[in-house]
Design a protein. Structure first.
Length: 413
């Protein structure tokens, strides 16, 4: 009998870090009788190419678009499922996942990385906790223990590589993990390597690449032996990447730039330092113990996505961006941590540079880190302690999800 497994989420980080490894594990566990459906929930953090990229993985039998799932949750449409079905939340709005499950009369499970699940935990009969600490917190706040399973984080399975890692997705061979840049400083070789992660969505990549290149130019003026590796994501369109390559070639012709289109974690493994922005990529770097710094340019915050209603207000011409900019200013008025590894650790393992930095100021900060190999090595050790590289979470979630599908009571809606 066919088993329907519906995975709900959207956005580059959720798709590569959570959905892909769980879907791959489910395919292994139920290779012949599984109908796998991706439900792309509406989100301001999507870049627009998610469906195309997922199709290239050849994992899913069906992809439900954000417009289609909106009709489902409003009662104007449905998704055909058989007698055995389950819905698993792997990112996005918990309400959407719960509503889809209710409309289909299917039991629901949810992966939880933070205590946010407490708001809607009653809608999910299984909660997959990323850590034992989180599970204990959930139990202490009223979630029944028999509904919680500690699985670990599927992103570990995603970034460690293997046969189920997305083609061209970030991954690092285990051998490279043992010889990361922080233990083999480029200064000893006469050359230095700095990797740059400028986002995985076209509209932000266009904004952030020139920002990082201005800083790179200032760094190269003081450290002429630096090579910059610009990491591109599979969710970026080829046209945008080509356009940015040409812009960089024309404006910064003397910079030593390598555009990394495949096997990006190889480049990261050889980098003495990685510069990035907040997001899932910081978890991936932490899992692999890659030393990095997070940069948050305040002057660009009105051009990047925000949580909740603020994002949609910010899209109104003129006044919207002013409102979003003022909200960002107030948000950052108090010290706070943004990088996910820092939040999980409860303190700053890696530096977060939040503010309006001139290229020269960023060059000074980068130079200090490049000159401090012991500090980068300490970052590496601390990151690996926060995210131990132990896999198996994806298989654990997939196994429970398939078992959950078999508990569906047909006819209950």
């Amino acid at each position: 009998m066919t088993v329907d497994l519906l995975l709900v989420g959207n956005g580059p980080g959720e798709l590569t870090g959570w959905i892909h490894p769980v879907a791959s594990a489910a395919r292994q566990l139920a290779p012949t009788d599984l109908r796998l459906t991706l439900v792309l929930s509406p989100t301001q953090f999507a870049g627009g190419r998610e469906a195309d990229v997922v199709k290239s993985w050849a994992l899913f039998d069906r992809i439900v678009t954000p417009a289609e799932v909106t009709r489902v949750v409003l009662g104007a449409g449905t998704i055909a499922v058989g007698p055995q079905a389950s819905v698993i939340h792997l990112g996005g709005d918990l309400w959407f996942s719960a509503r889809v499950a209710r409309r289909l009369g299917a039991p629901a499970g949810a992966f939880a990385e933070t205590p946010l699940i407490l708001r809607r935990h009653r809608a999910f009969v299984r909660i997959f906790a990323a850590s034992e600490d989180l599970a204990a917190h959930l139990r202490a706040h009223g979630v029944p223990a028999d509904r919680i399973t500690v699985t670990g984080d599927p992103r570990v399975d995603a970034v460690l590589g293997g046969p189920h890692t997305p083609r061209d997705s970030p991954r690092l061979p285990r051998q490279a993990m043992k010889t990361s840049a922080s233990s083999a400083s480029g200064a000893n070789r006469g050359e230095e390597h700095v990797a740059i992660l400028a986002g995985s969505r076209d509209r932000y990549f266009r904004t952030l690449v020139p920002y990082f290149m201005r800083a790179a130019s200032a760094i190269a003026t003081r450290r002429p032996n630096v090579t910059f590796h610009v990491i591109t994501a599979e969710f970026l369109s080829s046209d945008v990447i080509t356009a940015m390559q040409e812009e960089v070639r024309q404006q910064w012709p003397t910079l030593r730039i390598v555009w990394v289109r495949e096997d990006p974690w190889e480049a990261l493994a050889r980098a003495d330092l990685t510069l990035t922005i907040p997001g899932t990529n910081t978890v991936e770097l932490a899992i692999l113990g890659v030393p990095f710094a997070v940069i948050v340019p305040i002057e660009l915050l009105d051009r990047v996505p925000a949580e909740g209603l603020l994002e949609y207000v910010g899209r109104f011409p003129g006044l919207g961006r002013l409102i979003k900019r003022e909200a960002a200013r107030r948000f950052f008025a108090r010290p706070r941590l943004l990088a996910l590894p820092n939040l999980r650790a409860g303190h700053a393992i890696v530096p977060e540079w939040i503010g309006r930095w001139t290229p020269s100021e960023l060059a000074n900060r980068v130079g200090e880190l490049l000159d401090d190999a012991p500090r980068r090595a300490a970052m590496q050790r601390a990151l690996r302690e926060v995210y131990p590289a132990t896999g198996g979470a994806a298989a654990a979630i997939a196994s429970e999800a398939l078992a959950l599908a078999r508990t569906r009571k047909v006819g209950h809606v």
